[in-house]
Write a protein that binds this ligand. Structure first.
Ligand SMILES: [Zn+2]
Length: 88
């Protein structure tokens, strides 16, 4: 007996929003990239034209200089974005 389930009060770390978004400069200009954990929507990846299923981690990227930022957003599979970003 006496086996106590000792619980240290651990505070869950708040998700640092700033660290999941970054800027990448490439041959096609400067893109802002944000890592997403996925939501209930499926998207079509412009890199491979395949569906990104709902609840799948992926990235969304848009041009900083795009006038209509929300219009220029594209959802990519993470590997597809990395391939595309380094392609000239
Ligand atoms: Zn893809």
């Amino acid at each position: 007996m006496g086996r106590k389930n000792r619980r240290d009060r651990q505070q869950p770390k708040p998700v640092a929003l700033g660290s999941s978004q970054w800027t990448e400069a490439g041959p096609r200009g400067e893109w802002t990239v944000r890592r997403l954990r996925g939501n209930d929507k499926a998207y079509v990846c412009p890199g491979c034209n395949q569906t990104i299923p709902a609840w799948t981690g992926h990235v969304v990227a848009w041009r900083e200089d795009s006038l209509i930022a929300s219009d220029g957003r594209r959802h990519w599979h993470t590997p597809c974005w990395q391939r595309s970003a380094h392609r000239r």
